[in-house]
Design a protein around this ligand. Structure first.
Ligand code: FAD
Length: 401
């Protein structure tokens, strides 16, 4: 009887899990015995790391041909529940129906969601977290041109000074000028609870981040939090009120709610603490990957961060191991000791760091060239060429060598 690997999600982790599982099945000569299926709303990969950019075309590439090339099925829908005892997943299909799908191995790759705290006016904020919310922000920015030129119209407040907030804030002056005209009196303010904006990127990075914000004309409010959002304004914990029609929320991510339904230990971000093979230790037959798992990246005490860099490797390992258990190949332990970050800082350029202590290696144009390569090439799905794909779908392949 055909055995089934069911993968929830077609993001970076889900796609690579499927490709890697298909490769392992092929390697074992067991095509036809094991079926690999992805469930996700559409057969697309949302290029989430670029959703802060102005141009959103080509940010949601279609992977139908790629999946067909390696024999992976796609079901359009959302996994709603997983029954570990029965080994079934309940799927709400995109045509409005329901399906119960049996599995031998289930891979949770449903990613993460922006964390929205419970504060007054939170429903008024925009974000760049998902493709549709990024499009909504873009429509809003463009529509500002039709509004009277008030300080609120001309001001964007970015809540959160992490990587995504910094990328959003340094891109925003250009986006506002494009929408409102080069001479508009625009204002962009970034707000963060940390005492120093960019401190999480490490001491070496801070002066570069400061310089990039200054060059872009972005104001900072450090050591404060957004206390409330109102129509036309935002209130900070310092008591300051900033007139704005546009608050972009960028203050952290949490694992997809399905992760909470997988039994076992969870970390503060809601991720399942996985074993070295990316199994959910207390859920037989279930693998967790991408932004839904927390696992050690090395033997130095570091764990994966919610990132494409980790999701693409975690996906490969989880997909391989899910298939390996079914076809009798050795399991592959997850390990990814090399860690880099590449932070886009708008017209200033980009900041490339290496290591968990974030040593600055490249800045400005040199950093930007690397960022373009990562964001424009490395993280995109490969062409639908079965042999070429299997050549890079092995579990020890890393995009940052
Ligand atoms: C604005 C922004 C900038 C970022 N910048 C960077 C960066 O510079 N570098 C970096 O490495 N990372 C960056 N990240 C983080 C990175 O995008 C994520 O860590 C990465 O997308 C995680 O991959 P994933 O496959 O686990 O999840 P996702 O990419 O979120 O994919 C999840 C998939 O699951 C599907 N899905 C959701 N719910 C269900 C369900 N119930 N059933 C089935 N399918 C479901 C979704 O449709 C999607 O296909 C950024 C994120 C954002 C939002």
């Amino acid at each position: 009887m055909t055995q089934k690997i069911l993968i929830a999600g077609s993001g970076f982790a889900g796609l690579w899990a499927a490709l890697s599982a298909a490769r392992a099945v092929s390697l074992a000569g067991r095509e036809g015995d094991v079926e690999v299926t992805i469930v996700s709303p559409t057969p697309n990969v949302a290029i989430r790391p670029r959703l802060y950019e102005a141009e959103l075309a080509d940010m949601n590439p279609d992977i139908s041909a790629l999946l067909a090339a390696v024999g992976v099925r796609h079901i359009a829908g959302l996994v709603d529940a997983v029954d570990g005892a029965a080994r079934t997943a309940t799927v709400r299909t995109s045509d409005g129906g329901w399906q119960t799908i049996g599995y031998d191995r289930f891979v949770l790759a449903a990613g993460s969601r922006l964390f929205r705290p419970d504060l007054p006016g939170i429903d008024l904020v925009f974000d760049s977290d998902q493709h549709d919310s990024a499009q909504a922000l873009d429509r809003h920015l463009k529509a500002l041109a039709d509004e009277p030129a008030t300080p609120a119209r001309n001001t964007v407040v970015v809540a959160g000074g992490g990587l995504t907030g910094l990328e959003t804030a340094t891109e925003m002056p250009g986006r506002l000028r494009a929408a409102l005209g080069p001479d508009a009196a625009i204002r962009v303010v970034i707000v963060d609870t940390a005492a120093t904006i960019g401190a999480a990127m490490g001491a070496e990075a801070v002066p570069h981040i400061r310089e990039a914000l200054d060059e872009a004309g972005v104001e900072s409010r450090a050591g404060v939090r957004v206390a409330a959002v109102e129509p036309g304004a935002v209130r900070l914990s310092s008591g300051e009120r900033i007139e704005t029609d546009t608050v972009v929320w960028s203050a952290g991510m949490r694992a997809h709610p399905l992760a909470a339904k997988i039994p076992g230990e969870h970390d503060p971000l809601g991720r399942v603490v996985g074993d070295v093979f990316l199994r959910a230790p207390e859920a037989p037959g279930v693998f967790v990957t991408g932004d839904t798992v927390q696992v050690a990246t090395d033997d130095q005490g570091n764990v994966n961060v919610m990132s494409c860099q980790h999701a693409m490797s975690l996906g490969r390992v989880a997909g391989h191991n899910a298939a390996a258990e079914l076809v009798g190949l050795p399991l592959h332990p997850y390990s990814q000791p090399k860690y880099v970050t590449c932070l886009d800082l708008g017209p200033w350029g980009a900041l490339y760091t290496e290591g968990w202590d974030r040593k600055v290696r490249f800045t400005r144009d040199e950093g930007k060239a690397i960022k373009r390569e990562i964001n424009g090439v490395w993280i995109y799905p490969p062409a639908p060429d079965r042999d070429a794909v299997f050549g890079i779908a092995n579990p020890d392949y890393v995009i940052v060598p």
